[in-house]
Design a binder for this molecule. Structure first.
Ligand SMILES: Nc1ncnc2c1ncn2[C@@H]1O[C@H](COP(=O)(O)OP(=O)(O)O)[C@@H](O)[C@H]1O
Ligand SMILES: [Mg+2]
Length: 498
């Protein structure tokens, strides 16, 4: 994706690790904006050589912007990609040069009178990459209560960590979009892990999970939360996230961010969120999917039982045609079972048809003595298709393979010059599926016509292809037998058709 910066066509001259540090900052800085109730802008100097301007004026680009969810924004517009000259940003320049936080005022461009500005240098190893500017207006600032004071103090401590190059943390991938935010609940811990502050939302979340004792002065352990989250985070000096089930019906997600100053862990910020509803929904979806797969598994088992019953019956019958008929019925049922077997392993109702092909080829090989000598080659693939297509197509393909194995070569196949082979070719151009089954055997009998045939196997094939799949089939002699199928692709769900 093209970033606004790339669109602006300006170059900051930053190398990839430096850019990743800024990306990590922007991935987690909504926390900072929420804690300071202010807009944050990230200014990065433009590379004077690459940006191509001849004037000797230094320029900054707005590299990132985030609005607080805990307060009103000063910037309705998106500023990312805007280029500003250095003399318009004296405090940003100062923070950049000194590497220390610079605080002051700035005339607002937005008609809010004077704006307050706190410019926090962003360090990455020995380099200052840019400046994170906190911008707020005293005229719309929140009235200060205890919570505001605690949040602003947390912001100051985190700002110093930004300046020291400790925040954002290395390899802190906040991948989950369920990551707790300030509004979900905040607890502050001291250097020994004791709770010194809990926001009202944090207290409510704890109440819901059955913890009603006073939090201040206590630890997570003493409250009954069995976790090493805090210990792990203090020991590694990295944020740690953990999900906890309290009683069976409440799930809390906790994220512990260690606060550090002068090389020591001085405490932690714990964000916590009640994710019970989210988890319940996840579980429901999971169960539904698992249930569908379980049903397919049972259908497959039942089909296998039916096919075994037919086999038992076949063994007790003397009459040869009856035995053959039962064997064929058994084989057809197994071709359907293959589809359910695959569906019982896949999520969703799409079947990778190529896997079915693999099974059917093995079934044909095992079907009669001597069939194993026939080389079967598979070319191309059909990809995934809906189960209601895969089932009839599976039966059709099993039938055609069986015919090739059974009729094309026969007992005299050793006498033919060429080695016996069957070629399966699959193609899936847009809108339809193509299947070609070709063998190099003796070819169809003289005068054969698929329209007129009354034998069961090909009648089934013809009917399934035409009525169930809405496709076409041709069978011709061509150095053996050539069967060509064309089946239209899955229909789009018709609107409001029931
Ligand atoms: N690949 C093939 N090569 C030669 N003959 C075939 C082939 N496929 C089908 N036939 C002929 O078509 C006839 C009808 O096939 P089918 O309807 O499947 O019935 P069955 O397999 O029970 O004989 C077969 O008996 C055979 O003579
Ligand atoms: Mg047949």
């Amino acid at each position: 994706m093209t970033s606004p910066l790339e669109l602006a066509g300006r170059d900051t001259g930053l190398d990839a690790p430096a850019r990743r540090h800024l990306d990590r900052l922007m991935a987690s800085w909504n926390l900072l904006a929420d804690l300071c109730f202010s807009d944050l802008l990230l200014y990065v100097p433009l590379d004077p050589l690459a940006s191509g301007d001849r004037e000797h004026e230094e320029h900054f680009i707005v590299y990132g912007q985030v609005r607080p969810t805990t307060s009103q924004t000063l910037y309705e517009i998106d500023l990312v990609g805007e280029v500003v000259t250095a003399h318009e940003l004296p405090l940003v320049v100062e923070a950049m040069r000194t590497g220390a936080i610079a605080v002051g005022e700035q005339r607002s461009g937005t008609g809010e009178g004077h704006l307050r500005l706190e410019c926090i240098p962003v360090r990455y190893s020995s380099q200052i990459l840019g400046v994170m500017a906190r911008v707020w207006s005293p005229s719309i600032a929140r009235r200060r209560g205890a919570l505001e004071r605690v949040y602003l103090d947390l912001f100051e401590r985190l700002s110093v960590m930004v300046t020291d190059g400790i925040f954002p943390f290395p390899d802190d991938d906040i991948t989950s979009d369920h990551t707790p935010r300030v509004g979900d609940g905040v607890m502050v811990l001291d250097e020994r892990g004791r709770i010194t502050f809990s926001s009202p939302n944090a207290v409510s979340a704890l109440h819901r999970s059955g913890i009603t004792s006073a939090t201040n002065g206590s630890t997570l352990h003493a409250l009954g939360l069995e976790t090493t989250l805090v210990e792990d985070s203090y020991a590694t000096r990295l944020p740690v996230m953990e999900e906890m089930e309290r009683r069976s019906d409440v799930t809390l997600l906790l994220r512990c961010i260690p606060l550090q100053a002068r090389g020591e862990v001085t405490g932690a910020l714990v964000l916590l969120r009640d994710v019970t509803d989210l988890r319940r929904r996840d579980r429901l979806l999971l169960t539904k999917d698992a249930t569908i797969r379980e049903v397919h598994h049972r259908v497959k088992n039942n089909l296998q039982t039916i096919s075994s019953l037919l086999r038992l019956q076949r063994r007790r019958i003397e009459d040869q045609p009856a035995r053959v008929a039962l064997a064929e019925a058994e084989r057809r049922i197994r071709a359907i079972a293959v589809v359910h077997e695959i569906l019982s392993r896949e999520a969703g109702d799409q079947v990778p048809f190529d896997e079915i092909v693999h099974h059917l080829v093995r079934m044909a090989h095992e079907s009669s003595v001597g069939a194993g000598d026939i080389a079967v080659r598979v070319d191309g693939e059909l990809g995934e298709m809906p189960a209601e297509m895969a089932t009839p197509l599976s039966v059709v393909l099993a039938e055609l393979l069986q015919n090739a194995v059974e009729h094309a070569f026969g007992p005299d196949k050793a006498s033919t010059a060429e080695p016996a082979r069957i070629d399966l070719t699959f193609a899936h151009p847009p809108d339809h599926y193509e299947v070609v089954v070709r063998d190099n055997g003796r070819g169809l009998p003289e005068g054969f016509d698929i329209e007129k045939t009354r034998s069961l196997g090909l009648s089934i094939v013809r009917d399934l292809v035409r009525t169930q799949l809405g496709g076409t089939i041709t069978m011709t002699r061509d150095h053996g037998t050539l069967v060509r199928l064309e089946v239209p692709g899955p229909k789009r769900p018709a609107k409001a058709a029931t």
